[in-house]
Write a protein that binds this ligand. Structure first.
Ligand SMILES: [Zn+2]
Length: 323
């Protein structure tokens, strides 16, 4: 998803201010993800999350760094933010050239856009993604779309060096990570689990929070796959859950989030089914109704209108077509 303000510094800062004003737990934008006493449990994805694990850049579009012997970046976000993330890597690693891997949760423009820039900057960097994502990055249509949704025109395809498949374990020196296929948001979605920290980087496979802490399911490619992926992730019972946008959850909040997300996913499907019935199968009428109720009336969705609607149509379609 593209969060509100994802494209410009000013709007991004405003959106974040609203969010931080909303909740005192995440008011300190500069602070570490954990307070010293470890009491903050839902925090902005910024600073040291656990030993060797960092969120950096902007919380609305965070990148995560696992700084073992082979430092690894998870999700490199949007094209025009590449230089900002190189700066962040320099701060955390001393020298950005130390970065070994760039692993991508999926092929959406706000999760992979700066990939080519990082490859040009860091000679030894190896990019890892699901084989379907590797295919997507070679398609002229996908390249054009990613290019058009960022401000920088330098996205020219992305060569994936490591094909990341379900069940793979990768030793990053000091840390091992597991690759878990979590399709449903997109067909190429994968999640990364760090058993030693019980930490999970799940992209949008677990849905997103709005400003009221309501979970919005994000099954764009398949409802059935999405639910199955959530059930796989729930079994991990993570202690740290790094979300695709804004938040990192820890402790009880991390443990209870995925079961809640499963319940919300089922409820949302039932609601779409009921609306489709009431609107005599008119999908666009259902989209308009949910847009009015969830987006307009709550004002809590942290995403621009256009991508929100594109995604909502995909969710209604997935239910209508029983995918
Ligand atoms: Zn996405």
């Amino acid at each position: 998803m593209l969060p509100k303000g994802g494209q410009t510094e000013t709007i991004g800062a405003l959106a974040l201010q609203d969010l931080f004003a909303y909740d005192p737990l995440i008011r300190d934008r500069r602070g570490p993800a954990f307070t010293e006493k470890g009491i903050a449990m839902i925090v902005a994805s910024r600073g040291e999350i656990a030993e060797g694990l960092f969120g950096f850049g902007k919380p609305e579009l965070p990148a995560f760094l696992l700084s073992g012997e082979r430092p690894t970046l998870f999700d490199d976000v949007m094209t025009f933010m590449g230089p900002l993330y190189v700066e962040g890597l320099r701060d955390l690693l001393g020298d950005e050239q130390r970065l070994s891997f760039n692993f991508l949760t999926h092929s959406h423009f706000d999760h992979c856009g700066a990939g080519p820039f990082l490859k040009r900057k860091i000679g030894r960097l190896q990019t890892g993604a699901h084989p379907l994502a590797a295919d997507t990055f070679r398609k002229p249509g996908a390249i054009a779309l990613i290019r058009s949704l960022g401000e920088d025109v330098s996205f020219d395809g992305l060569e994936v060096d490591l094909l990341l498949e379900d069940g793979m374990e990768i030793d990053l020196g000091g840390f091992a990570i597991q690759v878990i296929a979590t399709p449903g948001h997109t067909r190429d979605s994968i999640s990364f689990y760090i058993p030693e920290l019980r930490a999970l980087i799940a992209g949008e496979a677990v849905g997103v929070y709005d400003g009221n802490r309501t979970i919005h399911p994000e099954y764009l490619s398949s409802y059935g796959d999405y639910l199955h992926s959530l059930e796989k992730l729930a079994a991990l019972e993570p202690e740290i859950l790094m979300m695709a946008h804004y938040f990192t959850l820890t402790g009880p909040d991390a443990r209870s989030y995925i079961p809640k997300s499963i319940a919300r996913t089922r409820t949302f499907r039932a609601r779409i089914e009921a609306y489709l019935h009431e609107e005599n199968g008119d999908r666009e009428a259902v989209v308009r109704r949910i847009f009015r109720e969830d987006y307009r009336e709550t004002g809590a969705i942290l995403q621009e209108e256009r991508p929100y609607l594109i995604n909502l149509r995909a969710k209604v379609r997935a239910v209508a077509e029983n995918r």
